[in-house]
Write a protein that binds this ligand. Structure first.
Ligand SMILES: O=C(O)CCC(=O)C(=O)O
Ligand SMILES: [Fe+2]
Length: 502
C-alpha cells in the first residue's frame, strides 16, 4: 500500500520571517507568536540558525534510511524501519540525524538566552518551550506533513489518517529542574517523541494502558530513549517520563490532532472522567498523582501534591455504601502494614483515604471512622505535624466525646505546639474517664512540668522587664498590671519593648 495522501488542511504558519520582502542586508528576524505572553504585541527573534525558520525541512536532517523510505513511499519500506515496542501500539525508529538534534537544542538555548517570553509546553512541564510559538511552525508543519502523517495513517488508521494540526514542543529534564513527567495521556491523537540529547542516564519512558480501558494502569513497557530515535504512540496511551538520574535530556514532542477528534468514538471516551476507574489493582509505576483520584490509596503523595477535592468526590460517588465500607476496611489494614514498617506518610495517606470511604459508607462503616481518624493522627504525630494530628483527633471527638485515645493523642499534639493548658484539659478529661491509664498520668506530669517551666520563664521575663523599666523610671506603671492577666507572649513583648527603649 502506498502511503496515504497527505492532508492540505494544516493551518498556515503563525510566525514568519520579517526580512523576506525587506532590506536583504537586514538581519534575519522572525515574528514570535507571543500571545498571550506579550499581550498581542509582535516580538522579533533573531535566530541562531535561520534555516530552521525558512519552512523547509531538509532531507539531510533525517536519518538516511528514513528519508529513503519516505521517498519510496511504500508501506513495506516504512514498516521495515519500525521496531514494535508494544504490539500494535508503540513503535520506534531512527528518525533524525544527531547533528540536526544538536541544532534544535542549540536554537532553543539561544531562544531562552534572548529573554523573549517562553511558553512552557503544558501545565506539567516547568521547562522546555513550545516550538510552534517561537517561529518554527512552518518547519514543523512540513515535518508533520512529510514524515508524521504517513506513519500515523499507517500505524493508527482510525486516529491518524487525517491529521490537521499539531502542538509541538521541546521538553527538558535535568537534576535540580524537572526530573520526569507524571503519568498522563496526551491531548493528541498521535504523539511523536524524538530524543534530541544531550547525554543522560535514567529518563526512560514507561507505558501503561489506553485511557478509558480497564488496563490503563497496567504497565506494558519501559522504553529507553536514544538520541535521534523516535517513538510513536496514540495520545490516549498512558505514559510517563521516569526520573533522570544524571545529565540532561531534551525531546521534541509533536502532538498531532485531526479528524478523529470529531468522531463519536473520541467524544464517548474523552468526555468522561475515567482516571482511576479500573477496579483492579494498579501497577505503582502507572499511578498519576496529577490525575488519579485514588493515588493516595497506593502511594504517598510527593511533597506539595494532593488530590483535588472535586475529583475525589467524583471518584467516591462510583462506590455503593457496601463497596465503600470494604474499601475503608482494606485501607485500614494496608495503612497499618505501612505503619508497622515506619512508612508514616504512606500510612497517613491510606488512613485519610479510608476516612473518605468510611464517611461515604455511613452507618456501614461507623465503627471504622474513629479508628481511621486516630490512626491518621498517630501518623501525623510521628511526622511532626501536630496541628493536623490535633484536627483529626477533634473530628474523632465530635463523634465520640469520651474517647480516651482521642483525648490523649490530641493532648500529645497540643503539647508539641506548646498549648499546655489545652493539653492539660484533655488529659484531665482522659484521666477522669480512665483513672488507671498510666500513659495519661505520665503525660499529665509532663504537662505539669512544662507548665511549671513556663511559669519560671514567665517570672524571669517579668523580672527582666521590671529591671528594664525601673532603669527608665517607669516601674510603677508596669507594676500596676497584675501578672496573671498577661500572657507569656504579651510579657515577652513588654519585656522586649522595655529593653529596647533603654
Ligand atoms: O519526556 C518524554 O519522553 C515524554 C514527554 C511527554 O510525554 C509529554 O510531554 O507529553
Ligand atoms: Fe505525553
Amino acid at each position: 500500500m502506498a502511503t496515504p495522501a497527505l492532508s492540505d488542511t494544516i493551518p498556515p504558519a503563525s510566525a514568519s520571517p520579517t526580512s523576506s520582502c525587506a532590506d536583504p542586508h537586514a538581519p534575519f528576524e522572525v515574528l514570535i507568536d507571543s500571545s498571550p505572553a506579550s499581550a498581542g504585541h509582535p516580538l522579533k527573534y533573531r535566530p541562531l540558525q535561520p534555516e530552521l525558520f525558512a519552512g523547509v525541512f531538509k532531507d539531510e536532517w533525517l536519518a538516511a534510511p528514513f528519508a529513503a523510505a519516505l521517498e519510496r513511499g511504500t508501506e513495506a519500506s516504512l514498516r521495515a524501519l519500525l521496531h514494535e515496542e508494544v504490539g500494535g501500539r508503540v513503535y520506534s525508529f531512527e528518525m533524525l540525524r544527531p547533528d540536526f538534534c544538536a541544532k534544535l537544542i542549540a536554537e532553543t538555548e539561544h531562544y531562552e538566552a534572548s529573554k523573549l517570553p517562553v511558553e512552557r509546553p503544558n501545565t506539567m512541564n516547568n521547562y522546555g518551550v513550545i516550538l510552534n510559538r517561537i517561529g518554527m511552525k512552518p518547519l514543523l508543519d512540513q515535518l508533520q506533513r512529510r514524515a508524521v502523517q504517513p506513519l500515523a495513517a499507517l500505524l493508527f488508521p482510525t486516529e491518524g489518517s487525517e491529521l490537521t494540526s499539531h502542538h509541538t514542543f521541546m521538553v527538558q529534564y535535568k537534576k535540580g529542574e524537572d526530573l520526569g513527567l507524571d503519568m498522563h495521556h496526551d491531548d493528541s491523537d498521535v504523539t511523536l517523541n524524538v530524543c534530541l540529547g544531550k547525554e543522560f542516564t535514567g529518563a526512560t519512558l514507561s507505558f501503561c494502558g489506553g485511557f478509558g480501558t480497564e488496563a490503563h494502569r497496567k504497565h506494558v513497557h519501559t522504553y529507553t530513549h536514544r538520541v535521534g530515535r523516535a517513538v510513536v504512540h496514540l495520545g490516549s496511551h498512558r505514559h510517563g517520563a521516569d526520573d533522570i538520574t544524571s545529565g540532561e535530556r531534551y525531546s521534541l514532542i509533536m502532538w498531532s490532532t485531526g479528524a478523529f477528534r470529531l468522531t463519536e468514538a473520541y467524544k464517548a471516551v474523552h468526555s468522561r472522567n475515567l482516571h482511576g476507574a479500573d477496579g483492579g489493582q494498579p501497577d505503582p509505576i502507572c499511578l498519576s498523582y496529577t490525575h488519579d483520584p485514588d493515588y493516595g490509596e497506593y502511594l504517598p503523595y510527593p511533597p506539595g501534591k494532593a488530590v483535588k477535592p472535586q475529583s475525589r468526590e467524583l471518584h467516591l460517588a462510583r462506590f455503593t455504601d457496601e463497596q465503600a465500607a470494604l474499601k475503608a476496611e482494606d485501607l485500614k489494614v494496608r495503612g497499618t502494614a505501612d505503619f508497622k514498617e515506619g512508612a508514616w506518610r504512606a500510612a497517613a495517606c491510606k488512613y485519610a483515604c479510608g476516612v473518605d470511604y468510611a464517611r461515604k459508607a455511613g452507618r456501614g462503616a461507623k465503627e471504622l471512622l474513629v479508628p481511621l481518624l486516630l490512626n491518621g493522627a498517630q501518623c501525623h504525630l510521628k511526622l511532626g505535624e501536630a496541628a493536623v494530628a490535633a484536627k483529626l483527633c477533634s473530628e474523632a471527638l465530635e463523634r465520640e466525646p469520651e474517647n480516651v485515645k482521642a483525648l490523649y493523642r490530641r493532648a500529645v499534639a497540643r503539647m508539641q505546639t506548646s498549648e499546655n493548658s489545652e493539653a492539660r484539659q484533655d488529659l484531665l478529661a482522659a484521666a477522669k474517664l480512665d483513672p488507671s491509664n498510666k500513659e495519661v498520668r505520665a503525660r499529665l506530669s509532663e504537662c505539669r512540668a512544662a507548665a511549671e517551666a513556663e511559669k519560671i520563664k514567665e517570672r524571669a521575663l517579668f523580672a527582666a522587664m521590671l529591671q528594664a523599666s525601673s532603669a527608665k523610671g517607669t516601674a510603677s506603671s508596669v507594676l500596676a498590671v497584675p501578672s496573671n492577666s498577661i500572657s507569656n507572649g504579651e510579657l515577652e513583648e513588654q519585656a522586649q519593648a522595655a529593653a529596647s527603649s533603654k
